[in-house]
Design a protein around this ligand. Structure first.
Ligand code: SAH
Length: 397
């Protein structure tokens, strides 16, 4: 059985500084440009090498009972499984050697049978506004992106749910990458862990919020997304509050109904962008098979079951949805169930067809919605200079 280590050298770019991180089996050594070692113990811990394997079973795929059985079969106590579980999730261990309250013999036994297929931050880029974009390597070598967005009171992790995306929204860079596979629950969890560690290391602050607004459509990977959220919120995982988590969807009606039936407790955001079918279908092909009437019915069901508001994400583009007719249609749609609106700034992806509407038009939308009691915010983008803003994630790192 072959055991191998992923990268040996990684460049980390920050304004004014480039760090090269050298991976070793014991951890990682950061060097500055002049190759002087930047000794920082937290770096060693943060970048601890993830030991991955395609041949050994990933220990995090075992059910708790299977791990207990494994220990009993190897003459150990079932209690070991609880200790290992704590290392794997609560302490986010990336190697068996980190499990220091286990004997060396137990650690060797685990190494012999299992791997921890933790994701691996390959490259970090830092925007002038503090936003960090990560290229995250999965155990099979595929790459997704995740983003840390610092704000005055929050640090938000924006995570991916799929490698690529199948939805083909015309204004989104991720749509240009074809969908390759769903992320597993562990891979989603690991993206959150990596950003939590970056928040502590670079900002000395805790991670406060998570948004599923990275690559992919979370409701087309529902089981794994909800399993990851379970772990993130569990006291045995990261213990974060459900109300700090937002799942953003293109609006897959049947999945919104399922979420309502499941009684999920996280927040729902719908990328609406147009409340007239003709326009919405022209920019978001999913609207052909999932028209606004079906979306509205699903949202009514959601509200009936959960009594929770929805947030609509909406970009206003020149010549596409910048007329009063579109604004009135949005207002009408906002009355389907209690809702809020985020008017998102458009992040260009090099397509002339889409141009951000003028401020005058945004204000027209804002006045109309606010006058009718709909809370509306204009959301400025973050991390544009490093292609980390909404809709710009396309593995251009
Ligand atoms: N598939 C999910 C989540 C990924 S996209 C969804 O559709 O909601 C996250 C958000 O970024 C969505 O609201 C999406 O419509 C928006 N978005 C995509 N491309 C964009 C762009 N170029 N500029 C601004 N927002 C964009």
């Amino acid at each position: 059985m072959q055991k191998y280590f992923f990268l040996t050298r990684v460049n980390v770019k920050f304004p004014g500084n480039t760090y090269t991180l050298f991976y070793t089996p014991k951890g990682v050594l950061p060097y500055s440009k002049d190759r002087r070692i930047l000794y920082n113990p937290s770096y060693l811990c943060f970048m601890h090498l993830a030991e991955t394997s395609l041949t050994k079973r990933d220990i995090r795929k075992l059910k708790p009972d299977e791990l207990k059985k494994f220990f009993v079969e190897h003459g150990d106590k079932p209690f070991r499984a609880i200790q290992v579980d704590e290392w794997l999730w609560k302490k986010s261990a990336k190697s068996f050697d980190q499990m220091t309250n286990l004997s060396v013999a137990t650690r060797e036994l685990l190494k012999e049978h299992f791997a921890i297929n933790h994701v691996h931050v390959d490259k970090m880029q830092r925007s002038t506004d503090g936003t960090i974009k990560n290229a995250v390597i999965l155990h099979d070598g595929l790459i997704v992106e995740s983003v840390l967005i610092p704000a005055e009171k929050r640090i938000t992790a924006c995570v991916s749910s799929q490698v690529g995306c199948s939805l083909a929204c015309k204004f989104c860079a991720t749509a240009k990458l074809k969908r390759q596979r769903n992320l597993s629950a562990d891979e989603i969890y690991d993206q959150v862990v990596a950003i939590k560690e970056q928040a502590e290391l670079f900002f000395n602050r805790p991670l406060t919020n998570i948004v599923f607004m990275g690559m992919g459509e979370p409701l087309l990977n529902y089981a794994n997304v909800t399993a990851a959220i379970e772990k993130v919120t569990s006291p045995k995982g990261l213990g974060m509050a459900m109300k700090r988590i937002t799942v953003s969807t293109v609006g897959v009606a049947k999945m919104i109904i399922k979420m309502a039936d499941d009684g999920v407790k996280f927040n729902l955001a719908v990328s609406l962008h147009a409340a007239l079918d003709k326009t919405r279908s022209s920019i978001m092909p999913i609207n052909d098979s999932n028209p606004l009437s079906e979306l509205a019915d699903a949202l009514r069901y959601w509200y009936h079951k959960t009594k929770r508001k929805v947030t609509y994400e909406y970009v206003v583009w020149k010549g596409i949805n910048d007329s009063e007719e579109h604004a009135l249609a949005l207002l009408k749609f906002c009355k389907v169930i209690p809702s809020k609106v985020n008017l998102i700034e458009y992040n260009p992806i090099g397509d002339e067809e889409f141009q951000q509407a003028d401020d005058k038009v945004l204000n027209m939308y804002m006045d109309l919605l606010e006058k009718n009691g709909i809370t509306t915010r204009i959301r400025k983008s973050r991390g544009k200079d490093i292609d980390a803003a909404c809709g710009q994630l396309a593995n251009k790192n």
